[in-house]
Ligand binder design. Structure first.
Ligand SMILES: Cc1cc2nc3c(=O)[nH]c(=O)nc-3n(C[C@H](O)[C@H](O)[C@H](O)COP(=O)(O)O)c2cc1C
Length: 176
């Protein structure tokens, strides 16, 4: 079996998750390629049985390059197993989680995929107060931090809501 993992990332989290999914699949003797969607135009997906597509979320959106990849390969993906995942911090709260599942995963699947995905994973994300952010990001980040602090979360340290056991299990289930 051969798997392709294509991700979009702004701060590195979806890239780390992609590498980890790749590691799980390789342990099961799957041949895996992990590719950053940035700058990618046309990619030959013909040899892959499974394609995992993922992105970090910023202000409710996937990265442009990850969405472009899906758009540009819509026909190629038709006859493959396709799985979607996102990295975001909406998994910190049940209500946000439900909304995020619909908006970041179900809506994207409906809009871009011909067939429903075999799996969709809403994984956590990271807010790193020491990260490099542009002006707009800083403004948004201020609001995010305020919300986290109101819930007693210390935002002076990196806040990481990723559950690696969940990610490992999700990856494992892709081939079972
Ligand atoms: C400016 C900014 C906006 C964000 N917007 C959202 C959001 O709308 N929803 C969400 O759940 N998480 C949001 N996050 C959290 C990110 O999804 C989290 O940092 C994730 O790890 C990003 O993945 P990436 O590093 O692969 O880009 C935001 C983070 C930043 C810095």
């Amino acid at each position: 079996m051969k798997a392709l993992i294509v991700y979009g990332t702004r701060y590195g989290s979806a890239a780390e998750i992609s590498q980890e999914i790749g590691n799980v699949l390789r342990k099961e003797n799957v041949e895996v390629d992990v590719v950053d969607s940035r700058g990618l135009k046309k990619f030959d997906t013909s040899s892959y049985d499974l394609v995992v597509l993922g992105s970090g979320i910023k202000v409710g959106s996937w990265t442009k390059s990850a969405l472009k990849f899906i758009e540009n390969h819509q026909n190629d993906l038709e006859d493959k197993k396709v799985a979607l995942f996102v990295s975001c911090i909406a998994n910190r709260d049940e209500k946000l989680l439900k909304e995020a599942q619909e908006k970041y995963l179900d809506d994207v699947a409906d809009k871009y995929l011909t067939n429903p995905p075999v799996a969709s994973g809403l994984f956590g994300g990271v807010i790193n107060p020491n990260g490099k952010f542009g002006l707009m990001d800083k403004v948004i980040l201020k609001m995010v931090k305020k919300d986290l602090e109101s819930k007693g979360i210390d935002t002076s340290k990196p806040y990481d809501t990723r559950d690696w056991d969940q990610i490992h299990k999700w990856a494992q289930d892709l081939i079972n």
